[in-house]
Design a protein around this ligand. Structure first.
Ligand code: SAM
Ligand code: 2KA
Ligand code: SF4
Ligand code: MG
Length: 210
């Protein structure tokens, strides 16, 4: 199958347990929780998105005819020395498009594969690092993985229910929003009240990275 990719770029993972790691980011076009149009944001299932995932017109983006072409483009960005090769599949919602053929092609190219997903679509087998970031009011089917990354605050969140899921790490990420200071304070308060959670910040935004 073909893949619609908004952009592809080399940076450091800015979020979560793997923060600081060199990574090729593959940002897939499209999401099942928001059209990506500002006119629709107020009525979307996910209203706080910080990302443009519409179209295939970004740096390194395009329509890739098959998994091999996508993996080859990712490897060109990574460079010749495959040691530590790491790619992060994100979007938009990557699991609308990521399939077993692409997982195999990226592994064959030498990548360890991570995914950033909203958890409403099950991940195909073989992904090495699964980060689920649940959105309040949505039905989560991917209730296991490596890290659960809760953007905060999100009213109507049942935190105890999230804690019952099978993740190795439970992370709270302050929402980047108009009142960022309040979001950071609320995230710190959550961790202080529930010590199995840890704070993660969007380091790439502090560091001036993509
Ligand atoms: C743009 S999303 C793409 C992947 C997937 N659709 C998802 O939501 O997990 C990448 C990450 O950014 C987080 N995110 C999006 N908007 C944010 C914001 N305004 N503040 C903090 N994190 C945000 C998401 O929750 C997710 O963990
Ligand atoms: N540097 C960097 N790290 C990230 N971690 C998750 C991101 C995402 O948008 O999925 C992201 C991103 O957009 N940039
Ligand atoms: S689910 Fe992810 S990509 Fe979709 S609108 Fe929300 S944060 Fe953005
Ligand atoms: Mg981002």
């Amino acid at each position: 199958m073909s893949y619609a990719v908004k952009e592809m770029f080399l940076t450091l993972q800015g979020e979560g347990v793997q923060a600081g790691r060199r990574a090729v980011f593959v940002r897939f076009a499209g999401c099942n929780l928001w059209s990506g149009r500002e006119a629709d944001r107020a009525t979307a299932q996910c209203q706080f998105c910080d990302t443009d995932f519409v179209g295939v017109d970004g740096d390194g983006g395009g329509r890739f005819a098959d998994a091999g072409a996508l993996a080859a483009a990712a490897l060109r960005l990574w460079g010749a020395d495959r040691a530590g090769a790491y790619c992060v599949l994100t979007g938009g919602e990557p699991l609308l498009q990521v399939d077993a053929v692409l997982v195999d092609a990226l592994h064959a190219a030498g990548f360890t594969i991570a995914v950033e997903t909203n958890g409403t679509i099950a991940a195909p087998p073989g992904i090495d690092w699964i980060c689920v970031s649940p959105k309040a009011g949505t039905a989560i089917v991917q209730t296991s993985g490596n890290e659960l990354k809760l953007v905060w605050p999100q009213p109507e969140t049942d935190i105890a229910r999230l804690e019952s899921w099978a993740f190795d790490h439970f992370l709270v990420q302050p929402m980047d929003c108009a009142d960022g200071a309040a979001a950071r304070a609320a995230a710190i308060a959550l961790v202080m009240a529930r010590p199995r959670w840890r704070l993660t910040v969007q380091a790439h935004k502090l560091l001036g990275l993509r």
